[in-house]
Design a protein around this ligand. Structure first.
Ligand code: SF4
Ligand code: SF4
Length: 263
């Protein structure tokens, strides 16, 4: 289990509803190669379902690795494999070669590909604030250039993302972010984060709490709610008042994850 700074996804802000010239060939020649693919708990759950393997097996086999980021939040990443010398490709990426030439690229987890892949080359920011900038227009991030396999047509980043079945992912992501913020502000982020006062808790217990976001059984809403229950139980067992934990003067209400996902 590594503790690393947040991996950087270089990005440029562009209007969410601004016209762009873009289309996807589906070959993955740029988006599935030399990229780190972030996965959040809902991504991992959908991926596991799509490829018929339990989440725990994906973790045990290193298909998904969990790492603490620079904010003390446990994030997930898809594994990569060697590709053309010192390059790397997503573990699910496969190419069709004919006469020594690459003629097609495939995703072996297409039905369960994560949000980052569905939205590529764009990315929504769930808070709706960071990307507003001075224009007050909703913004999207252009994460990477697609390169040579794009088939140009007139569209917008919002249309591209909505055409890729992201509504459920966005809803799930909002709930996940609310839970992560709650844990963070309750002093349960990784010890590498010194922004808030920490709940006295062993590193193993802290890891177990956050890992459960990925591995808990039941529906996604039940999994998030069970982690919130566990966090509240840890706080109660510590005997410390909430005002002693997390951010000073910022009592944080427990998020209604079921409402956020099912409304
Ligand atoms: S057009 Fe872009 S998003 Fe589509 S497969 Fe090619 S690199 Fe990936
Ligand atoms: S999961 Fe599929 S679409 Fe996403 S990077 Fe891997 S091969 Fe490409």
């Amino acid at each position: 289990m590594a503790t690393t700074p947040a991996r950087s996804l270089g990005r440029t802000l562009i209007p969410l509803d601004g016209e762009v010239s873009w289309g996807c060939s589906g070959q993955g020649w740029n988006c599935c190669v030399d990229k780190d693919v972030p996965v959040r708990p809902y991504d991992v759950r959908r991926l596991a379902e799509a490829i018929g393997r339990p989440v725990q097996q994906l973790l045990d086999d290193g298909i998904v690795s969990l790492e603490w980021d620079g904010y003390g939040i446990l994030g997930g990443w898809l594994a990569t494999r060697p590709y053309e010398g010192d390059r790397s490709a997503c573990v699910f990426y496969e190419e069709v070669i004919a006469d020594g030439r690459r003629v097609a690229g495939l995703c072996n987890a297409h039905a369960g590909r994560p949000e980052a892949c569905r939205a590529y080359p764009y990315q929504r920011h769930a808070s709706g604030t960071e990307f507003e900038e001075s224009t007050s227009l909703p913004m999207a991030a252009q994460v990477f250039d697609c390169g040579s396999c794009a088939l140009a047509e007139r569209t917008t980043p919002r249309q591209v993302m909505l055409a890729n079945g992201l509504t459920d992912y966005w809803r799930a992501d909002d709930a996940y972010r609310a839970v992560a913020l709650y844990l963070h502000k309750c002093g349960l982020a990784h010890l590498s984060n010194s922004t808030y006062r920490q709940l006295p808790l062993s590193p193993a217990a802290r890891l177990a709490l956050w890992s459960a976001l990925y591995t808990s059984e039941g529906t996604y809403a039940e999994a998030l709610a069970s982690v919130l229950d566990a966090a509240d139980a840890l706080i109660a067992a510590s005997g410390l008042p909430r005002s002693h934990l997390g951010g000073a003067g910022e009592p944080l209400a427990r998020p209604d994850v079921v409402g956020m996902i099912e409304d």
